[in-house]
Design a protein around this ligand. Sequence first.
Ligand SMILES: [Zn+2]
Ligand SMILES: [Zn+2]
Length: 368
Amino acid sequence: MSKRDYYEVLGVDRSAGAEEIKKAYRKIAFENHPDRNPGNKEAEARFKEAAEAYDVLRDNEKRAHYDRFGHSDFGAGFGGFSNEDIFSQFGDIFENLFGFGGGGSRSQNRPTVGDDLRYNLKITFRQAAKGDDVRLTIPRTASCPDCGGTGAAKDSKQEQCTQCKGMGQVFVQQGPFRFASTCPKCHGKGTTVSKPCPRCKGDGHIQEKRELTVHIPAGVYDGARLRLRGEGEAGTNGGPNGDLYVVIHIEADKVFDREGQNLIYSTKIPFTKAALGAKIKVPTLDEEIEFEVPKGTQSGAIYQVKGKGLPYPGEKRTGDLLIEVIVETPTDLSADQTELLKALDTLFEKKEQKLSTKIKNKIKEIIS
Ligand SMILES: [Zn+2]
Ligand SMILES: [Zn+2]
């Protein structure tokens, strides 16, 4: 099922201002609020859809991101989305519309967003580099499908709670003070059901194992939190589900190190090749490439191959491959190698002179 455009959901123009967006959202939220439409799944869906659209369009940064990338990129790989729930963040609006917070059973009955869940996902370096779709099984609470989360069996009736007489609150006397607390029998609803739903035993929630696929964007950072909207715990009283946060943990790689979106490949070459220059094979994420180490390379030199690093999530840029060259000094020279190096050493010491005939002959003898 494809998601509707947020502007379409709120029925506003793409150029609509903050006030207009707020107005449009209020209207939809008011008409479709679960309190006004008990048990109406369509209204609930419209309510949640509008809340989600408003959550994005009210925030300039999120709105700009949505305008650029649409739904496809939304909520994946971009940290910094704060974890707020619809009802607390839009509290000002609901306060005005419904008089929430006014005490009595009403406020106890308000829809509450479900808890957020966190899932730690370990992925390989290659999965992080290339992106992947990973199947997850998430244990969570869900709204009971048999009773639609009401906790009541089909032929059950709503009855006034006998303990609080429909108030949703009970009063406890402590010395000269009277304290109000949520009714333990009806949990503040003010009503109880005559026959609890057999599947959820009146709780309105069931435990389920939800299978879902999380998309890992290519180039994802270690520790990134991917937000899957509505995949958290079920809400209560028609409130929306919480979100699921998948926290990415990237395993180290045998071949590459990583620095931001740059890949680092470290390699050793013999000092002769460092002095003379050499073509070496270098792995990249896709294929092996040939790289020319320039002559006169010093140990610890770093060479850059543009665009062979990791992509920046949600951007067109790609990091670079950095080749670190370590020059190796031999420790186990053979007699012949020692002879040659001595000759070379002599040459370095007497820069202007030519090799003596004796040494030339010796070299010829060795390399023939
Ligand atoms: Zn009660
Ligand atoms: Zn049930």
